[in-house]
Design a protein around this ligand. Structure first.
Ligand code: SF4
Length: 331
C-alpha cells in the first residue's frame, strides 16, 4: 500500500487481507466492507451536471417508493454485522437535507462505522460541523469554483459560495482536515471535489491553491452524461469526443486522490460493498442503472443480497466495473 497517496477515510482504505476475504466470500463475518445509502430527495442548488436533476430523478428515473427510516436502519445494522467499516451517504439531492440525516449519522457512528458524506457544503454551520466531527464523519465536498460568477453559473445558485467557504472553515475549526493512518493507508476526513467543465477548466489552479492553503485533499472528476448533464453536455461540458477525452485526462492529472468508490481492487460497490438506491433496490453503480435484479433491502436480508450479487457479478480483479462492460458490449 502506498504511503504517499492520501485517501478519504472510509473509501477503499482497507487491508489486502480484508479485500481477499471479501473476494473469497467464506468468512461469514466479513462479507462486505462498505455500505452505500442514497438519501433525499431534494436540493438547494441546481447544478448543470447534476446526475439527479437536483433531486428530481435518480440516474434518469423518477424517484419513487423511497426507503423509510426502518429500511435504512436495517441496512446499517445488518451491514455492520457483516463486516462493513463505512457507510457512504450519497444523495438524490443534498445528503444533509434528508430529514433523517442526523439519525443516520448517529446510528452509523454508534455501530462503530465511518459515516462518509457527499455534500454541496451549504449546510455546514459551526454546530453541524461539530456534530459531524464528533461522530467521526468523513466529508466529500463539492466545490466547482472559487470564483463567484463561475460557481453561480455551474450550481444555478446565487450567493452560496461564501456560505460554502464558511462551511469549509467551520469544519477546519471543528478539527477536520488532518491526515492520519488507517489500515496502513494515509487518510484524511475531508476532501474537496471539482467537476471539470468548460467554465471552470481555466481556473482549476485557483481551487487547487485554495485546497493547498487549507491543507485539504483535492480530487477532480469529469462528469458523466446522465441527468441534467445531458441537456448541457455540448454547450457547457464537452462539445466533442476529443474534448471529452482531453478533459478526462486533465481531471485525472489534477486529481490527488482519485475517484471516490475507486479502490486498488476495482469498484468499491462491486468488489466489496452494497449500494442501495433511494427505493432500497440494490444498484451496482450510483450513476448507471442495473440490468439485473440483485434484490431490495425492504424485503431481502443483506446476506441474501450479497449472495445474489456475487452470483450475478462474481468479484475478480481483472477490470474495474462489470456493469460498464456489459453495457458497452450490449448498448
Ligand atoms: S450536483 Fe449535488 S449540489 Fe448540485 S444540484 Fe445535484 S445534488 Fe444538488
Amino acid at each position: 500500500m502506498s504511503e504517499k497517496i492520501i485517501m478519504l477515510r472510509g473509501n477503499g482504505d482497507f487491508t489486502v487481507e480484508q479485500f481477499l476475504d471479501i473476494m473469497e466470500g467464506k468468512n461469514e463475518k466479513r462479507l462486505m466492507l462498505s455500505l452505500g445509502l442514497t438519501t433525499g430527495p431534494g436540493c438547494n442548488m441546481d447544478c448543470i451536471y447534476c446526475y439527479n436533476e437536483s433531486g428530481r430523478t435518480e440516474a434518469g428515473r423518477p424517484v419513487r417508493h423511497r426507503m423509510k427510516f426502518a429500511d435504512y436502519e436495517k441496512a446499517i445494522l445488518e451491514s455492520s454485522s457483516l463486516g462493513a467499516q463505512s457507510v457512504i451517504l450519497v444523495g438524490v439531492g443534498e445528503t444533509m437535507m434528508d430529514k433523517n440525516f442526523r439519525k443516520l449519522i448517529e446510528l452509523i457512528s454508534t455501530e462503530g462505522m465511518i459515516p462518509l458524506i457527499f455534500t454541496n457544503g451549504t449546510l455546514l454551520t459551526r454546530e453541524t460541523a461539530n456534530f459531524l466531527y464528533k461522530h467521526g464523519t468523513s466529508i466529500y465536498l463539492a466545490l466547482d469554483s472559487t470564483r463567484e460568477n463561475v460557481f453561480d453559473k455551474i450550481t444555478g445558485s446565487k450567493g452560496m459560495l461564501p456560505v460554502v467557504l464558511q462551511g469549509v472553515d467551520n469544519c477546519l475549526e471543528a478539527g477536520f482536515g488532518k491526515t492520519t493512518v488507517r489500515n496502513g493507508h494515509s487518510v484524511t476526513d475531508f476532501a474537496v471535489n471539482t467537476m471539470l467543465m468548460k467554465s471552470n477548466m481555466n481556473y482549476l489552479d485557483e481551487i487547487e491553491d485554495f485546497c493547498q492553503e487549507k491543507g485539504l485533499l483535492f480530487t477532480c472528476r469529469f462528469p458523466e452524461k446522465i441527468g441534467a448533464a445531458c441537456s448541457y453536455w455540448e454547450s457547457h461540458i464537452a462539445a466533442t469526443v476529443e474534448e471529452e477525452n482531453l478533459m478526462r485526462n486533465i481531471a485525472e492529472k489534477h486529481s490527488a486522490g482519485g475517484e471516490v468508490f475507486r479502490t486498488d481492487s476495482g469498484c468499491l460497490f462491486w468488489m466489496a460493498g452494497v449500494l442501495l438506491g433511494i427505493d432500497g433496490q440494490v444498484r451496482l453503480c450510483y450513476s448507471v442503472n442495473n440490468r439485473k435484479d440483485m434484490g431490495n433491502i425492504k424485503q431481502d436480508s443483506m446476506r441474501t443480497i450479497i449472495r445474489r450479487k456475487r452470483e450475478l457479478y462474481p468479484p475478480q480483479k481483472d477490470y474495474f466495473c462489470p456493469l460498464h462492460l456489459e453495457i458497452s458490449a450490449n448498448p
